[in-house]
Ligand binder design. Structure first.
Ligand SMILES: Cc1ncc(C[n+]2csc(CCOP(=O)(O)OP(=O)(O)O)c2C)c(N)n1
Length: 838
């Protein structure tokens, strides 16, 4: 059989024939030299597969005899294979070697046996009670439970108070009971599917929902456990769990990384294959995205659904992706629970010693099919013939340690069966999670007008903030272009020039920070801004030292963070979504380089941002800033896919807005932070409009009370024709109207597309009762943009009045690649908008 633990079965050949590989010269070397070979290559000869199918490889460098070699082989080629010689940092390498070579502590064998019995019996009770129901049994890898026990014990000794646990389906139910501390009745209630009416059209399956609980260590310490709600999409939870951990650590301050430990449990096929995980792994050492190192556990059953490791991975081990980082990887045979416990302890100690990540690759098997409905003998008949004969781990372990468990299988069965009976009589679905206290002042659910608050800021206050935003320390060598920009911003604040988007945003951030609202912005090149519009960090031209005006507002202010992120969409957006989940008081923003690239994070948008509340009742105030607009820059620099967000919108799950001027953007950002309603906000942000005079706003508009969901036309109050639009095209229509000297066409901007502002729009439309026609105008092709969403609503509201739409022809890609073609198309749109409509 082939596989990840052994790619090619050369090992047998070498062992059988003995002489194929020359003994290594190191056999004659010093003890240290011999040990070094085993430190480097020993993991390749470790005995990792409990079923022995995936055989170790004979490594030429290790073919030697002698006392030192025997000793090194016992340490490095037994049930544990430690990979750490790829780590560049010598201190870390030495640390791992020392720990591996030190005598092992006596594990608490009675405890381990008890845990194995409990987790195996739980699975058996479910199997017999709910035959044919998916549960994704942990059998074959039940030593995950004592592994987690040891990890949590060790972490608690080092100061852990909370653990963020991200994991997929495999063994999740067992973890909920044995680690998170949920009652067995809670879990059985999900199998009974009690109170189904409470989740009509919503909720999630039992092996995806999140759970909160408390773990009590054997030493009597308590750790809060947050099992993060997880979609089916494998590994998508990784950045979310890390973002949540980072937020919790930030809240706790200097000791945050010590007190909050992220643990991510991965499947072997998913670890090797999923891109979002590769993106997330890269965050480890990046400023703003670290979480003090996570403990990663690969629950490695050497199969992915029906596919073998060879079919899923090019690498030798599923864990090889991690080798690109300075982190140790401990492979361990899951059927040696003593070794598993030891590795868990070493791994967590390593995390605490170096504030860095570490991987445990727990190698076992899967007793049943992928879910219990699948028959694995169809695809892996030989391995499953073996598995059918293979006793459960608790039996093997009891025999090995020569004692019985303190608790009998019958007693545990009885306990679970009682819980099962109790669950069957429940009338209400037990709530498995609890929101932390910092959520008490915020809420999700449907929109209510009473959420609204005034977002205007008095003129003097704005000027004060602007003063701080446009100054820098004495002797700071400012770039001449940035200097000019700051001077222009000062002039904007003083009322000499209208305020542009860049300044509007800085004023929104500055005012919020001074009101105690933390602000976190992350995205590619977000510090300067893709369009050279932000300049959140000033760079000294002599020293490249950074100065961040928003972090230096003077007096009491909240924390300001702006980061240039890794070049990742899914990973970073997931991280920020996670961060927002544990920092509801903060304004948390993810910015796309161009909105077009946001679809790289489609899983995060669909599974978390749009559906998180519906599935898990969990709220987020995450803001997505997505540059959008047709400017002749081709198919992939034009559209943030307005249509997709509107398709996802239902039951007030998200907000979708396109502010058309700087003051509106200012009020929108402040509204998001100051209302107690926590809903993801999708903002289509401008590109060329960043500097367009028509989109700039007088400073007085920043003292106006609020964001307006619809902008009425102040110029044309009596109209023959009413053009309705959103965003940049509205300014082009206004310019065209001027060019035509048309005084009979009114132009209305819909600034909030979802929740659709029907009441506000109705009020504005009623001013134009005499209009002959109403026209929806958009830049996007007919099958894209807001058209499909807006037209049926307008039709209903206009109640039989003439309504048409102007748009590009339906298209497979969002925009043309030719700048000239773009211009022609744009002109045609304007002509059609002002057409006779006959
Ligand atoms: C992104 C994604 N693709 C495909 C699937 C379907 N799927 C569910 S489990 C699974 C196999 C996972 O194998 P592995 O990661 O080894 O975990 P295991 O189930 O063996 O524990 C697949 C392909 C999925 N859930 N998510």
């Amino acid at each position: 059989m082939d596989g990840s633990v052994l790619r090619e079965d050369k090992g047998n050949e070498v062992k059988d024939k003995g002489a194929v590989i020359e003994p290594n010269v190191a056999a004659n070397g010093s003890r240290e030299a011999i040990f070094d070979e085993f430190r480097r290559w020993g993991y390749l000869e470790a005995e990792l597969d409990p079923l022995g199918d995936f055989k170790p490889e004979a490594v030429p460098e290790l073919q030697m005899g002698g006392e030192a070699a025997d000793e090194a082989r016992r340490i490095y080629c037994g049930s544990v294979g430690a990979e750490f010689m790829h780590i560049a940092d010598g201190e870390k390498r030495r640390w791992v070697a020392e720990r591996m070579e030190a005598p092992a502590m006596e594990p608490d064998r009675a405890w381990i046996l008890d845990r194995l019995v409990r987790s195996e019996v739980f699975e058996q009770v479910v199997q017999s009670r709910y035959l044919g129901t998916k549960r994704f049994s942990l059998e074959g890898l039940t030593s995950l439970i004592p592994l987690l026990d040891e990890a949590l014990d060790t972490a608690a000794e080092r100061g852990a108070e909370e653990v963020l646990l991200g994991m997929s389906h495999r063994g999740r139910l067992s973890v909920m009971i044995h680690i998170v501390g949920r009652s067995a009745a809670d879990i059985f209630a999900r199998f009974e599917d009690v109170d189904a009416r409470s989740v009509m059209g919503g909720g999630d399956v039992k092996y995806h929902i999140g759970a909160t609980g408390q773990y009590q260590t054997r030493g009597g310490r308590k750790i809060g456990i947050h099992l993060v709600s997880n979609p089916s999409h494998l590994e998508a939870v990784d950045p979310v769990a890390l973002g949540r951990a980072r937020a919790k650590q930030t809240r706790r301050g200097a000791d945050g990384a010590k007190q909050v430990l992220p643990i991510l449990i991965h499947g072997d096929a998913a670890f090797a294959g999923q891109g979002i995980w590769a993106e997330t792994l890269n965050f480890v050492g990046i400023d703003g995205y670290g979480a003090g190192g996570a403990l990663h556990i690969i629950v490695n059953n050497l199969i992915g659904f029906t596919a073998t490791p060879r079919e899923c991975e090019s690498s030798r081990f599923a864990s090889d992706l991690a080798k690109r980082m300075d982190m140790p990887i401990f492979h361990v045979n899951a059927e040696d629970p003593d070794a598993v416990a030891r590795v868990a302890e070493i791994a967590v100690e390593y995390r605490y010693a170096f504030a860095g990540p570490v991987v445990i690759d727990l190698v076992g098997y899967r007793r049943y099919g992928h879910s219990e409905i699948d028959d694995p003998t169809i695809t892996q008949p030989l391995r499953y013939r073996k598995i059918q004969q293979h006793p459960p781990l608790w039996k093997i372990y009891a025999e090995k340690i020569g004692r019985d468990a303190a608790v009998t299988v019958e007693e545990v069965k009885q306990e679970f069966e009682t819980a099962q009976k109790q669950a069957a009589t429940l009338e209400k679905r037990p709530q498995m999670w609890q929101l932390p206290g910092y959520w008490s002042e915020f809420e999700g659910g449907p929109y209510k007008p009473e959420f609204e608050v005034d977002t205007g800021v008095p003129r003097e206050r704005l000027q004060e903030i602007a003063g701080k935003l446009t100054s820098y320390p004495e002797g700071f060598a400012i770039h001449p272009k940035v200097k000019k920009l700051l001077e222009q911003r000062a002039a904007m604040a003083s009322g000499k020039h209208p305020v542009d988007y860049g300044m509007a945003e800085a004023l929104a951030f500055g005012s919020l920070l001074l009101e105690g609202v933390p602000v976190r912005l992350s995205g590619q090149d977000s510090k300067r801004g893709t369009f050279n519009q932000r300049h959140a960090a000033l760079i000294d031209t002599e020293t490249e030292r950074e100065f961040i005006p928003l972090a230096n507002l003077g007096g009491e202010q909240a924390r300001f963070e702006a980061y240039n992120s890794a070049l990742s969409e899914a990973g970073v957006m997931g991280f920020e979504y996670g961060f927002s989940r544990d920092y509801p008081e903060a304004l948390v923003m993810w910015e796309a380089q161009f909105g077009d690239f946001a679809n790289g994070a489609q899983v995060i948008i669909d599974q978390f941002v749009a559906a998180g509340e519906d599935k898990w009742h969990l709220h987020s105030g995450l803001v997505l800033l997505l540059p959008h607009g047709y400017e002749g820059q081709g198919p992939e620099h034009s559209s943030a896919r307005v249509e997709r967000f509107l398709q996802l919108a239902a039951r007030d799950n998200i907000q979708v807005c396109q502010p058309s001027n700087a003051a509106q953007y200012f009020h929108l950002l402040r509204r998001q932070a100051l209302r107690r309603w926590r809903k993801p906000l999708v903002v289509f942000t401008p590109k060329s409009m960043l500097r367009h005079p028509a989109a700039a706003s007088p400073i007085t508009d920043f003292s106006a009370p609020r964001f307006q969901t619809v902008l009425r036309d102040e110029e044309v109050r009596e109209a023959d024709r009413v053009l309705l639009c959103s965003g940049k095209i509205g300014h082009e229509l206004t310019a065209e109207r001027k060019r035509r000297k048309d005084s009979a066409t009114a132009i209305m901007f819909i600034e909030q597309l979802y929740p659709f502002p029907e009441k506000e729009l109705d009020a504005v439309l009623s001013d134009y009762a005499e209009a002959r026609e109403f026209v929806w105008v958009q830049e996007e092709p007919a099958n894209m943009g807001a058209r499909g969403f807006v037209m049926p609503r307008l039709e209903r509201m206009l109640n039989g009045k003439r309504l048409r739409s102007v748009k590009r022809s339906a298209s497979a890609s969002p925009a043309t690649g030719s700048a000239k073609a773009h211009e022609l198309e744009q002109k045609t749109l304007l002509t059609l908008a002002f057409g006779t409509g006959k």
